[in-house]
Design a protein around this ligand. Structure first.
Ligand code: MOS
Length: 735
């Protein structure tokens, strides 16, 4: 029985589709009060006055919390905690406004409707100052990031200027990507309740341990006094990877009212207060010899940040590692604006970076009159270009080959506008996908219960991706139990610590701990049986005994077998328990670990109307071992769908006069619907990367959205001959 990799249905699927799964905003509480967040309507300035008198006298209103009566927090609510745990929050400690839609008050009432009504009745006036809302104007204040994830802000390799001169063909282009806003189906929501000094938060979060630490530090209370519970998350995508203002505000409101308080963001409140992808302007210069060898590559990224905090979209990081070019410069510069703080949004850096880089490579291929796949193979990085380290496992060449074959790439004519079906222009595009493999320390406990079932727990999260399911599979596999006798628990800060579910690291980090704990519990069960005179396994050699389907059995004499429940009953009916902590050793010193993929698109463009469709995507990935074929492929497919949206539809459109997003709602924030998506053919090479972790799994959360954006853009160019360098590629831009 090898459960790992099997396309098992989600173990939490029935709970979800029958409405039994409880999300952050759904937990009940006795004497529950309802909080509603009030946000600013200017982008920069100070609150001149807030008239709360009408609101305070409305029926059911318990508290109107503003900067005037909010409890003072240690360090003005700005403790020193590094992201991603904690951001610069807006906690009503002063009258300053830094962006439009910034939290400025919380109204608490007996019912949600009363709180909403009272929130509307607040009268706020401001002393306005001139906000920075125009990216090009704000570029005058661009500055290097003080630090950033994924490496130093600037890097140099060889001599890029002479490298760029050395090539016979050169491309210089500027690509821009818009601000985008995560919109998981479940907006942020939290229930806060105090029991004396102890705070319980039912929150929707990508990291219960981070949330616990961040909230405790901000409120100035002990970490042990904060309990974060988050069994189900209705989508995360990065926005739920940090604690944002509303969580702490809800805890403050609960303490001040002495009531449990629930606070859910409205959909418009998702646009600003909880992060988003910043605008990027990426300058790429690339030169190559006539045989396609890249001689120089330069990637300069300007991205907006908030005046509140420096946060960097790391678009240039991917350029450092994808191709074996000897001469390379990358830089990142931040452009402070009066907008909410940007944050991680699915493959932060790689999504925008692969769009620019893989578009530029496509432009270079046309200039060289070379096939785009050939160009990439010509510059294939056999070792990591930055440090010269071997890859822990890399099968990108195979991704290109299998992808091209499945797609029928050999039938693609090189020239643009060369394929047509009536009024429809047909294009074929491709691009490379990649995302780094991350792994952090994680712990788990495995228990074999007296009834012969097993319960395995870890303080990890399932953000809709399938953690419950894959960890059940890994545990069942290690225990030798059927999956329906194993349950997995997560989403609770009192469980053994696991990392934040971000950076595509949960599967890769937690599965080794689960495997180790479950294997140790299995070994204890075997030892009990062998030591038990009443067991048919008594006295057998340890190598001869195994566990199959929940029975301890002899390998050599399979009729000798004993069910787990009977063994535990005879031993006194106490659960068997084993704990494990797993982390990487020196692997990251010896290897560079990345996932890779090749994405091919067929793009249809209406010649008269410019309407763009993507009827067919073929994608092949090298992501190490897949822990569940079904949830894994779904995850990759979801990334591809999002990438099609990022290429053609998605944009948070900032009103540069007032700093509001004019499409700050789900009706006008365009993302693909079912009718926008055609065939998506996903292949996973499934080559375990045991240099990375013992299970060989590298994580798949984010790679799906990389590469695809450029693959669509390159397909549009092949179809129309129009190179759109500013996302999204709406129909007006190809006309
Ligand atoms: Mo992911 S954007 O690292 O949560």
């Amino acid at each position: 029985m090898n459960m790992i990799g099997q396309p098992l249905d989600r173990t939490d699927g029935v709970l979800k589709v029958t409405g039994q799964a409880q999300y952050g905003g759904e937990f009940p509480a006795g004497k529950l009060a309802h909080g509603v967040l009030v946000t600013s309507t200017i982008a920069r300035g100070n609150i001149a006055s807030i008239d709360t008198s009408i609101a305070e006298n409305l029926p059911g209103v318990i508290l109107v919390m503003t900067y005037r009566n909010a409890p003072r927090l240690p360090n003005n609510g700005r403790p020193k905690v590094t992201p991603p745990a904690l951001r610069r929050l807006s906690l009503l400690q002063d009258d300053e406004v830094h962006y439009n839609n910034e939290p400025i008050a919380v109204v608490v009432a007996e019912t949600f409707e009363q709180a909403t009504h009272a929130a509307d009745a607040l009268r706020v006036s401001y002393r306005q100052a001139a906000p920075a809302l125009d990216f090009q104007a704000a570029k005058a204040n661009a500055h290097p990031p003080p630090s950033m994830f994924g490496g130093p802000p600037d890097t140099k390799r060889g001599n890029v200027e002479s490298g760029l001169r050395e090539g016979s063909v050169r491309i210089d282009a500027v690509y821009t990507t818009p601000m985008e806003t995560h919109n998981p189906m479940e907006p942020h929501a939290v229930l806060a309740l105090w029991d004396g000094p102890r705070l319980t938060l039912y929150d929707t979060t990508q990291g219960v341990a981070n949330s616990q630490q961040a909230v405790a530090t901000t409120l100035g209370i002990a970490r042990e006094d904060v309990h974060v519970i988050s069994p189900f998350v209705g989508g995360g995508f990065g926005c739920k990877g940090s604690v944002w203002s509303h969580v702490v505000l809800c805890a403050m409101a609960s303490r001040q009212t002495g009531r449990p308080v629930r606070l859910a963001l409205t959909r418009p409140q998702m646009f600003g207060p909880v992060g988003g992808r910043p605008y990027t302007e990426q300058h790429i210069s690339v030169a190559a010899r006539s045989d396609g060898t890249i001689t120089g590559l330069r990637h300069d990224t300007f991205a907006n940040t908030s005046v509140l905090e420096d946060w960097t979209e790391t678009s240039g990081v991917v350029t450092r590692m994808l191709y074996a070019t000897p001469n390379l410069d990358t830089t990142h510069r931040l452009v402070p604006m009066n907008v909410g703080i940007p944050t991680f949004m699915r493959a932060p850096g790689e999504t925008t970076g692969t769009y620019a880089l893989e578009s530029a490579l496509d432009e270079l291929a046309y200039a060289l009159k070379m096939d785009p796949v050939e160009l990439r193979l010509k510059n294939y990085a056999e070792v990591s270009p930055e440090e010269g380290k071997p890859w822990s496992s890399k099968h990108l060449r195979e991704c290109y080959r299998v992808g091209a074959e499945r797609f029928g790439w050999s039938k693609r004519p090189q020239a643009v506008r060369s394929l047509r079906d009536g009024d429809t222009l047909i294009g074929m595009g491709m691009a490379t996908a990649t995302y780094p493999a991350h792994r952090s320390e994680a712990s788990a406990i495995a228990r074999i219960m007296p009834d012969g079932t097993a319960v395995v727990v870890s303080g990890t999260q399932d953000i809709g991706t399938g953690t419950y399911t894959i960890m059940t599979q890994v545990a069942a596999d290690a225990l030798g139990f059927p999956v329906d006798r194993v349950s997995f628990g997560l989403g609770d800060s009192s469980l053994p610590r696991a990392p934040i579910s971000g950076g595509s690291q949960s599967a890769a980090s937690v599965s080794p701990a689960v495997h180790e704990a479950a294997s140790a519990a299995r070994a204890q069960l075997i030892a009990l049986a062998r030591a038990d005179e009443a067991s048919p396994l008594h006295g057998l050699a340890v190598e001869d005994v195994t566990v199959v389907d929940g029975w301890v059995v002899s390998r050599s004499q399979p009729t000798k077998r004993d069910p787990a429940a009977a063994i535990i009953a005879r031993a006194g009916s106490r659960p068997i328990e084993a704990t494990a902590t797993a982390k990487s050793g020196d692997e990251s010193k010896r290897f560079e670990s990345h996932s890779f993929g090749a994405v091919f698109t067929e793009v249809h463009v209406d010649a008269a109307l410019g309407v763009i469709r993507v009827p067919r995507v073929v994608a092949v990935y090298d992501v190490g071992r897949l822990l569940n074929e079904k949830t894994g492929k779904s995850q990759l497919m979801g990334g591809l769908v999002w990438g099609i949206g990022a290429a053609l539809e998605e944009e948070s459109s900032l009103d540069t006069r007032y700093g509001r997003f004019v499409n700050g709602n789900l009706a006008e924030y365009h993302v693909p619907v079912n009718g926008d998506i055609g065939t998506i053919d996903v292949t996973v090479l499934d080559v375990p990367d045991t240099n990375f972790n013992p299970l060989g799994a590298r994580g798949i959360g984010e790679i799906g959205i990389t590469g695809i954006v450029a693959a669509v853009a390159n397909g549009v160019y092949h179809a129309t001959g129009v190179r759109v360098r500013d996302l999204p590629i709406t129909l007006d831009k190809v006309m």
